[in-house]
Design a protein around this ligand. Structure first.
Ligand code: SAM
Length: 235
């Protein structure tokens, strides 16, 4: 569980910060959804899949995946921040079959094994004590279902910026870490089998640092702002 400080911090980010602006969120969610569209369409073969995004923020990722999933899909989203869920209700107002709730990702109201896919998009890196959230994601995903994650990469110039800002106390997004693909896969090793992962470039604010990432990525394929992961629940 995150502390009350984190909830208040994210509430204020979603209320006031440039980060919450509709155009930015739409663009970033669109990039992420596009990069995992094909694997999602391959694994979600039922027309009536149940999918859930934990830490759904303003709901733009749910909206973006709803654009290519069948209209009978049931969408669920939850976030610890009430301001986020208020925005998410607006963002997804035209998505059929959507249910949103304010709750901690370590203690959701969902029955066990109900979801065909659970998304966590740039959320786990903001959870310091990850054990309960990881266990909850396992619980609500059915055996044979999938976790689809985006996680800030340790191999990105972004890490330098974040560490520097954290040490100067000018980092605005609370707890944050960055992990390598090996470290992320290790978190899920006991119950999930990796069905692939990749790197997403761009999607952040400083063109100079983004260019550094791009240049390094020409020589190191796993270098970039985010890694994404497809993990099948096997036990
Ligand atoms: C970086 S934002 C990402 C939001 C959204 N997934 C997106 O991609 O735009 C992280 C979100 O995770 C939420 N979050 C962090 N820890 C959480 C927890 N323990 N339970 C529920 N939500 C959490 C925050 O409130 C915030 O809305």
């Amino acid at each position: 569980m995150n502390g009350e400080g984190d909830v208040a911090l994210w509430d204020s980010v979603w209320r006031d910060h440039w980060y919450s602006k509709n155009a930015l969120r739409t663009r970033r969610a669109g990039q992420k959804a596009a990069c995992i569209r094909d694997p999602i369409l391959r694994i979600l073969t039922s027309n009536q899949a149940h999918v859930c995004e934990i830490g759904c923020g303003s709901g733009h990722f749910l909206k973006a995946v709803s654009d290519f999933l069948p209209p009978q899909t049931r969408f669920y989203g939850c976030d610890q921040s009430a301001s986020a869920i208020r925005l998410a209700r607006q963002t997804t107002s035209e998505v059929p079959n959507v249910a949103l709730s304010v709750c901690d990702a370590g203690a959701t109201p969902f029955p066990s094994g109900i979801f065909d896919a659970v998304f966590a998009v740039c959320v786990l890196e903001h959870v310091e004590d990850k054990g309960r959230v990881l266990e909850e994601m396992r619980r609500i995903c059915r055996i044979g279902g999938y976790l689809i994650l985006f996680y800030s990469s340790r191999h990105s110039a972004f890490r330098l910026e974040r560490v520097l800002k954290s040490s100067l106390r000018s980092w605005k997004f609370g707890y944050q870490d960055e992990l390598s693909a090996r470290q992320v896969l290790e978190l899920f090793r006991s119950n999930f089998s990796s069905k692939g992962h990749g790197t997403l470039q761009g999607d952040w604010d400083f063109p100079l640092l983004r260019s550094v990432d791009f240049l390094i990525s020409l020589f190191a394929a796993d270098w970039g702002r985010y890694q994404y992961y497809l993990l099948e629940r096997v036990s």
